[in-house]
Design a protein around this ligand. Sequence first.
Ligand SMILES: Cc1cc2nc3c(=O)[nH]c(=O)nc-3n(C[C@H](O)[C@H](O)[C@H](O)COP(=O)(O)OP(=O)(O)OC[C@H]3O[C@@H](n4cnc5c(N)ncnc54)[C@H](O)[C@@H]3O)c2cc1C
Length: 232
Amino acid sequence: MEFETTVAEIIRRNSEVKSFRFRRPASFQFLPGQFLMVTIRINGEKKTKYFSISSSPTESEYIEFTKRITSHEFSKALDNLQVGETVYLNGPHGKFTFTGEYQKVVMIAGGIGITPFMSMIGYCTDNRIPAAITLLYGNRSEESAAFKEELANFMQKNRNLRIVHSLSRPEETWKGRRGHLDLTTIREEVPDYQDASFYLCGPPALVEDLERVLQAEGIPEDRVYVESFLGY
Ligand SMILES: Cc1cc2nc3c(=O)[nH]c(=O)nc-3n(C[C@H](O)[C@H](O)[C@H](O)COP(=O)(O)OP(=O)(O)OC[C@H]3O[C@@H](n4cnc5c(N)ncnc54)[C@H](O)[C@@H]3O)c2cc1C
């Protein structure tokens, strides 16, 4: 489905991350984890990029995507976008979806790679999906971890959800996990990971590394789903 819409709301998540919300047309159906092709006009020219939907299909009023703002052209144009301005959305696209197909799931997000998991976790929480989900969420610092409060709220509501933050450059006071997401993180946080299904999302380098690691561990390919955020 392709449609023209206007920005309904902009939410600043932290100093470098913004969410953009749009009224959800009644006919717009999607699965948690899917993405949109987002087109905006930059100096009169239409430019398109892909963004995962960060809202859950259980939110009937709006759809949302969330961008880590960079100094590149498209990003700067998005950063300057105001409520009421026109955006063209095309979607949903993609097969990186989860609606409760597996009993035990490990979701691994590098930075802004959290976006499709916000949709999946929101969906599973609202629909009381009994799957045991562990989210391993890697960021530089606490400040750079977008959706920290929203995730804590999901964990309050969903007893099947566990969230582990791992920070590569944490503040001194940080009492949680430190370091990059790797096999050690998986082994220590999910000791029975061998029979889990994996969803990996983030910068291509992280996703490819973890995909290789899981392959070497003998996790069958059909239990490893990946979404690479090109451009980071
Ligand atoms: C399926 C999918 C879902 C995504 N979801 C999100 C999301 O939810 N949130 C989010 O912030 N981003 C998401 N991205 C990434 C997003 O589409 C942008 O690429 C990213 O935000 C960078 O955009 P930019 O305008 O900041 O920089 P860009 O103008 O894209 O440039 C960033 C750098 O990457 C390089 N580059 C750009 N495109 C490519 C390419 N195709 N291959 C190799 N190098 C390239 C550029 O040369 C530059 O050095 C997603 C990408 C995909 C494919």
